[in-house]
Structures are given as structure tokens and as C-alpha cells.
Design a protein around this ligand. Structure first.
Ligand SMILES: [Zn+2]
Length: 136
């Protein structure tokens, strides 16, 4: 099992999570932030939904399959909706029980939401800009 990390953030309950050691599902990295960025999109991949259906916005779900060009996401209540893969953010970390943790932040420049990587979460100072703006 990976290193156990404790994330301190006064505004949120303190999740305890480990580094993803099973390698089964993907977490946010410097180069991949949304489902769109994954070369291999596995069924069951946890995602954070930014998309168009207001009632589901900001909810967590799991990627099921592609249907035409939409990524089908299933929610814990049984709801199923298709999204553009770029609307589906990857988790910051997944613990050894498979629980995904999402640390989602708005970019100070472009106001897009983006997930922190596990390393960014641990850093003394969180990035205030999304990866695209940081690269620009
Ligand atoms: Zn940005």
C-alpha cells in the first residue's frame, strides 16, 4: 500500500487518502486532467462532472462506455448521462479501497475548474491557475 497522506483544508472535511497503488484508474497529473486526456479510458473510472445538466453539475460519477462521441457516466443513484470527455475531470487521488477524492479549483485567470494533482494537494502553496494557463 502506498504512503498515507492527510490533506489539511479548513473548508472541507479532512479526507485521508493514500497514493494510488493499484494503478487501475487514473488520477490527475501534470498532463492529464479530464477523461479526454486519458489514452485508456477504463469502465468504472471515477470522474467529476462539469457538464451541461445542471442537477448533476459538480457531482461525482463513473465512466461507463462511449456512445457515439459521448462518454456515458453513471451516478450512484442510477442516473446515466452522456458528456463530452473534456467535461469530466479526473480525481486528485484514489485510496486503496477505491474511493476517489476530488480537489477541484477554479482557475484565477480563465475561471475553468481543474483538479489538483496529489502532489499539488500536498504542496505548501496550491496552484491558482489551471494547467493550460500555466503552460501559456
Ligand atoms: Zn486557466
Amino acid at each position: 500500500m502506498g504512503l498515507i497522506l492527510v490533506h489539511m483544508n479548513a473548508s472541507m472535511p479532512t479526507p485521508i487518502f493514500g497514493t494510488s497503488s493499484n494503478g487501475q484508474f487514473s488520477c490527475a497529473t501534470d498532463t492529464q486532467h479530464a477523461l479526454r486526456d486519458l489514452r485508456t479510458k477504463r469502465k468504472g473510472q471515477p470522474v467529476f462532472v462539469l457538464g451541461h445538466v445542471l442537477a448533476r453539475k459538480g457531482k461525482e460519477g463513473t465512466f461507463e462506455v462511449f456512445n457515439d462521441r459521448l462518454a456515458i457516466v453513471k451516478f450512484s443513484d442510477g442516473g446515466v448521462i452522456g458528456y463530452d470527455p473534456q467535461e469530466l475531470l479526473l480525481p486528485t487521488d484514489i485510496d486503496d479501497k477505491g474511493t476517489a477524492y476530488f480537489e477541484i479549483r477554479p482557475c484565477r485567470l480563465c475561471e475553468q475548474l481543474f483538479p489538483l494533482t496529489a502532489e499539488e494537494c500536498e504542496a505548501a502553496e496550491e496552484p491558482s491557475r489551471c494547467p493550460e494557463c500555466r503552460r501559456a
